[in-house]
Ligand binder design. Structure first.
Ligand SMILES: Nc1nc2c(ncn2[C@@H]2O[C@H](COP(=O)(O)OP(=O)(O)OP(=O)(O)O)[C@@H](O)[C@H]2O)c(=O)[nH]1
Length: 587
């Protein structure tokens, strides 16, 4: 029999074989036999080939690396090899992140080339305008500056370059064709401006970041001076060589710093995990340990560290006061006990004296010749005994008083210790819901306002107020009302981003700060929160209770302060209440 060649023949043969070999005609058996006859391998049922192919197809293929990745992913899909697919994808993404780290050298070379290149529809003035915009908006933040410059270059690169210019994507070989005088001199003013920008970036964005590596910092400044001087092509080429060497050193430094950071974090984690072993009583440190743990478990951010620092400082201050009181109370108990022990010693002396005297009285009695001698001895015995009785009574009273004082001090100590425990967690937080309280909000608000100003970003503020809360309290009880507040705060925390701030502003009113969010998005965020509340019911004794809120949202302007922006959000919230509740109104 000739081997079947077409799918039709293979299918026919498969059916024949199923019948001849008396194999049950199930889809699986059919498939196995089909592949046996065709000499092919069955595709794994679990391998989501179609999805992985479309994912690979959607990735950009503009650079040699991206093309290579596309080939690798294609091979992995063909071989139904999920591990290989995953490995190539993660390695590529990892290398992307690495290459972004300190690739200022390449970025600036690219900028120089693209500045000189002609792009359709992009005049030099337009380029200058967009560059100035990017510089103005991000000059104070090197990371932002880097990303925005990259984005800008990408957008220029997407405009088709005119013939005769350097390819935009050719970033691996940053050679500037300065040998062609026409390019360099086509707009000397612009070139000078770019040169200055380059030098400025080296001096400000790079050198200032290298305070702990003085040699590299001075290299950056030297390079800045060099680029200001370089005019000829060979000077430029020499400069590029030095720049590459510098970029390589920076990369090594970044690796070292990364390792150092990881080791420090590891050390801190170890310290936090073993805190209970290191301190005798860790209850007062509970909150602080949690704060530090929260920070090291999340990606490090300046915002989280600042917030934690403020919380810790406040708690430490309060605790230092409480600890002083605790110390004083303990000292007072010590002094009382010392006084009492001294007194007991006196009493013991007095009683041993008494015993001696009794002995001498006994001698006197046995030696007495007449009743009058006996009488005077007995008189002495009575006096001494009364003295001892008075002494004993006094000691007894003092013991009582001391006991009472010690008890009072112990109660005070317990109260102080309890307060210490509480302050550890609740200094700036609302005791019921655990979100920031008004005091905590004020600080955070201030911080967010100055952050928004520094980074030139927008921020929105929302004020939300639970609908018909009085009715809920009246019908289900105050405790259920409390639980409803906790529920709302929890849903907020789970729904909003970590960088958003939630604070309890009053009874059933909450304020939310949404940094880097415009008004349109802020309204969407609040609407999403409303939707979440309809999905995540509040359960009161297993009964589902729907909580809704009305919210006012507004965007901060340059003229705003905390008071004015909250007032506007409050007015918008009021409008939401007036126009039917369970609504979000923006202003
Ligand atoms: N359970 C509980 N209730 C609180 C708390 N703080 C304030 N409240 C109650 O919240 C209720 C607010 O009532 P109102 O201001 O009339 O508002 P409302 O009933 O929600 O009506 P609208 O805002 O118009 O929807 C009052 O009954 C307060 O006693 C709290 O911490 N716990």
């Amino acid at each position: 029999m000739t081997n079947p060649a077409t799918p039709f023949e293979i299918a026919r043969d498969t059916l024949k074989q199923l019948a001849q070999r008396r194999i049950a005609p199930t889809p699986d058996n059919y498939l196995t036999l089909y592949h046996e006859i065709a000499g092919t391998k069955p595709a794994s049922q679990d391998f989501p080939e179609r999805h992985l192919r479309s994912l690979a197809a959607a990735l950009p293929k503009g650079s040699p690396d991206q093309m290579r990745l596309a080939r690798q992913l294609d091979d992995a899909v063909k071989n139904a090899n999920w591990e290989s697919y995953q490995k190539h994808l993660t390695t590529f993404v990892g290398s992307l992140a690495e290459s972004q780290k300190l690739a200022w050298g390449e970025l600036i070379s690219d900028l120089l080339r693209q500045w000189e290149a002609k792009h359709q529809g992009l005049t030099a003035a337009r380029k200058r305008e967009s560059l100035e915009h990017v510089l103005g908006a991000s000059a104070s933040n090197p990371d932002n500056l880097f990303n925005r410059l990259q984005g800008l270059l990408r957008s220029w690169g997407q405009g088709r370059e005119q013939e005769g210019n350097v390819a935009v994507n050719d970033v691996d070989t940053p050679k500037i064709d300065l040998a062609t005088p026409s390019t360099a001199s086509s707009d000397p003013e612009l070139l000078a401006e770019l040169r200055e920008l380059f030098a400025f970036t080296l001096e400000t964005a790079i050198a200032t970041q290298l305070i702990e590596s003085p040699q590299l910092s001075s290299d950056a400044r030297q390079l800045a001076a060099d680029i200001r001087q370089a005019r000829k092509a060979d000077e430029m080429q020499a400069f590029l060589t030095r720049l590459k060497r510098f970029a390589f050193k920076l990369e090594l430094l970044a690796e070292d710093q990364g390792e150092l950071r990881n080791s420090l974090l590891g050390l801190l984690r170890l310290l936090v995990e073993n805190m209970t072993e290191l301190v005798i009583d860790d209850r007062w440190l509970h909150g602080q340990i949690e704060v530090v743990r929260e920070i090291i478990d999340k990606p490090l951010s300046q915002r989280a560290i600042d917030d934690a620092e403020r919380r810790l400082k406040e708690v430490l201050f309060k605790q230092s006061q409480l600890k002083a009181s605790l110390f004083e109370t303990r000292e007072a108990i010590k002094q009382m006990l010392t006084g009492f022990v001294d007194h007991l010693a006196d009493f013991a002396d007095a009683t041993s004296d008494y015993h001696d005297k009794i002995e001498s009285f006994a001698d006197k009695i046995s030696a007495a010749d007449n009743i009058s001698q006996l009488e005077s001895v007995l008189g002495e015995v009575m006096r001494e005994t009364r003295n001892i009785q008075i002494n004993a009574q006094r000691s007894h009273d003092e013991l009582r008083t001391t006991q009472q004082k010690v008890r009072e001090s112990e109660t005070r100590i317990r109260e102080l210790e309890l307060e210490l425990e509480k302050t550890s967690v609740l200094v700036r937080h609302d005791q019921l819901t655990g979100v920031l309280n008004r005091h905590g909000l004020e600080d955070m608000f201030e911080k967010e306002i100055s952050r928004a100003q520094r980074h030139d970003t927008v921020m929105c503020v929302a004020l939300l107020d639970i609908d018909n809360f009085k009715k809920l309290n009246d019908s289900l009880g105050h405790d259920a009302g409390d639980q409803a507040l906790i529920h709302l705060a929890t849903v907020c925390r789970h729904t909003l981003r970590p960088q958003d701030t939630i604070a309890r502003y009053g009874g059933e009113e909450f304020i939310i700060l949404l940094p880097e969010t415009n008004l349109k998005d802020a309204v969407l965020v609040l609407t999403r929160l409303q939707r979440e509340l309809t999905k995540k019911f509040f359960l009161n004794d297993n009964d589902k209770v729907l909580i809704t809120f009305s919210a006012g949202v507004t965007q901060m302007t340059e003229q705003d302060n905390q008071g004015s922006v909250i007032k506007r959000a409050d007015e918008a919230m009021y409008e939401a209440k007036q126009t039917g509740k369970n609504r979000v109104v923006s202003r």
